[in-house]
Design a protein around this ligand. Structure first.
Ligand code: AMP
Ligand code: MN
Ligand code: MN
Ligand code: MN
Length: 292
């Protein structure tokens, strides 16, 4: 068992680096622009940040140009969060330190964007049947040319007063099993990993606790992920839960996965923020060893 001693020495590289390898901008469903994310990360004295928008890398060059122009002392790790289908679960796979110009990567992004568009149209048809018209156009306006996501539909329903929280939009309408849910056309887990590898990046299972997988199913996912040459797993994702973290670190040791950490930050709120609560025990093999 891992030590649960609160005085346990923790670090992200020699107790010196602050890192966050999972967050979103307005290029997908984040509320802050790439510049605003970089400003926030710089204010928090974060040393390395990965922007990992849903099925797009459009934020990366905008953020890097801004860093160069401002001469900020922060390292931007180019990233993406691919949505995949595995055994009927929507599993999110992060690609970290990828070449954003890789042709195979760009081809998969185009395919995923097409899937997003198709799903948005079908989801809007279902919402119309539920009595809410023109959700597609409103969601598209909110997305401002970025990846269109269910978060945008949730915001449309919230803004119209249909639901009192974003969570309720998922629970009542657009979450799995609800009346406006549409099965998405995502790529397979294997395809996402293969493309990330071709783009020279490291692939990481995002927020493994968010899929409602039993321990047995999580192990199955890890086995298939490893078989497809996947590299790592997020062991801390936003919320602080040391027991979950230690369990996931144990799985990393057991399956030779590299640990990653990320806030999955979408907008300022009470529960999570960029670079917060992401420390790991010192002996953990980490995914960012590859670019340090
Ligand atoms: P999509 O990739 O379009 O299916 O949208 C998924 C995004 O919606 C996630 O990245 C979250 O930001 C958000 N999301 C998913 N499920 C929920 C939920 N139950 N409550 C609130 N937000 C959610
Ligand atoms: Mn999201
Ligand atoms: Mn995700
Ligand atoms: Mn995310």
């Amino acid at each position: 068992m891992m030590s649960t001693d609160p005085e346990e020495k923790t670090s992200n590289i020699n107790n010196s680096l602050r890192v966050d390898f999972h967050c979103h901008t307005t290029c997908s469903d984040g509320h802050l622009s790439p510049k605003e994310i970089i400003d926030r990360a710089t204010n928090y004295q974060i040393d390395q940040i990965a922007i990992t928008d849903h099925d797009t890398v459009n934020a990366i060059s905008l953020a890097q140009d801004y860093i160069d122009q401002q001469q900020f002392n922060i390292r931007l790790v180019s990233g993406i969060e691919f949505s995949t289908l595995w055994q009927n679960f929507e599993i999110h796979v992060l690609g970290l330190n990828i070449d954003c110009n890789n042709p195979e990567l760009l081809a998969l992004i185009a395919k995923q964007q097409e899937g997003r568009e198709q799903r948005a149209i079908l989801m809007a048809e279902k919402l119309t049947k539920a009595g809410f018209e023109n959700c597609y156009q409103d969601a598209k306006d909110l997305a401002q040319g970025g990846s269109i996501t269910r978060s945008h539909f949730a915001r449309v329903l919230f803004n119209r007063g249909v639901v009192s929280t974003l969570q309720k939009a998922f629970d009542k309408y657009i979450g799995k099993g609800n009346r406006a849910y549409v099965k998405p056309l995502w790529c397979s887990l294997e395809e996402a990993i293969e493309v990330i590898n071709k783009a020279g990046g490291r692939s990481v299972i995002a927020h493994p606790k968010k899929y409602d997988l039993s321990a047995k199913w999580l192990r199955r996912l890890i086995v298939d992920f490893k078989d497809a040459n996947g590299n790592g797993m997020e062991v801390v994702s936003g919320q602080r839960n040391d027991q979950q973290r230690d369990f996931l670190i144990e799985l990393c040791h057991e399956y030779q996965l590299e640990a990653s950490v990320g806030s999955d930050f979408h907008f300022p709120n009470r529960w999570s923020d960029l670079g917060k609560h992401l420390a790991l025990p010192e002996n953990t093999p980490v995914v960012w060893q590859h670019w340090n």
